[in-house]
Design a protein around this ligand. Structure first.
Ligand SMILES: [Zn+2]
Length: 265
């Protein structure tokens, strides 16, 4: 057995213990810098391989909603190099990567029918980033098992094997063919934290429930891609309803501060 590896992992676990936004203890072995590198390199890869929406109005609208949420993040997260890209893709999907890279598929805009619903998706995705879910996931083994050293992520992105591993670990499974959903605890944490973000940004938190109802209805015709990596809408609607009253004060605070959601749709 590779004893040195076990010792290294134990030591790394000790230094890599963090607390998530909802108070869970989490293992995050990789530095924020390494995660940001992985996110940026994967995002560049996607931008090369996926056409982008050229419609100005659509881009402005999505950017507006995304940046209203980003503005509400704590200073250390707000200062990331946030980038928001609308990809021309009919599947209903969106993602956010470490380092502050957000991708929205045009297909999502037919399911997330107004700014509040879009804010619900983006709040949820941004929460996956701020709660370090990708770091936690790869620390739990997704990349450790491959023996991948993350010293030079950009270089490793040139290696198709590692590129797929990295993108998969970041939750971009559908793009590389292997779906690796976030765990239930990550999903419900992203729902709760995402709801707080949208409320603080002046969006209607009830938009989250409307969104999941739409997802559920769309599921009858053609499954939204988002649902392939996310648990059943019925369960999350229940949890979201339970949290609506808790984020009400945040909504009122936003109103009192004059923060209002107005992104045009
Ligand atoms: Zn999620």
């Amino acid at each position: 057995m590779k004893n040195w590896l076990i010792t290294a992992c134990v030591a790394a676990v000790l230094v890599g213990c963090k607390t998530s936004p909802t108070g869970r203890t989490q293992i995050a072995l990789y530095s924020e810098d390494q995660m940001a590198q992985m996110g940026s390199a994967s995002f560049d890869e996607l931008k090369k391989s996926t056409p982008q929406e050229s419609n100005q109005k659509t881009n402005k609208y999505v950017q507006c909603v995304a940046f209203k949420i980003i503005e509400q993040l704590p200073q250390d997260l707000r200062k990331l190099e946030w980038e928001v890209v609308v990809f021309k893709d009919d599947s209903a999907n969106a993602f956010a990567l470490p380092g502050g890279k957000i991708g929205v598929h045009t297909g999502l805009l037919t399911v997330a029918k107004d700014q509040h619903q879009l804010a619900a998706v983006l709040g949820h995705e941004v929460a996956h980033v701020t709660a370090r879910h990708a770091n936690e996931r790869i620390s739990q083994g997704a990349l450790v098992q491959t023996g991948l050293q993350l010293g030079n992520v950009a270089l490793q992105m040139g290696d198709i094997k590692y590129r797929s591993e990295i993108m998969q670990a970041l939750g971009l499974g559908t793009q590389v063919g292997i779906v690796l959903p976030f765990s239930r605890s990550h999903e419900s944490e992203a729902d709760i934290v995402g709801l707080q973000y949208m409320a603080k940004a002046g969006f209607e938190p009830s938009g989250a429930i409307a969104l999941w109802q739409n997802m559920s209805e769309a599921n009858g015709q053609r499954q939204p891609e988002f649902l392939s990596t996310h648990p059943a809408p019925e369960n999350r609607i229940k949890q979201l309803r339970a949290h609506l009253t808790q984020v009400q004060p945040l909504s009122e605070e936003a109103k009192a501060k004059g923060i209002s959601a107005s992104c045009g749709s």
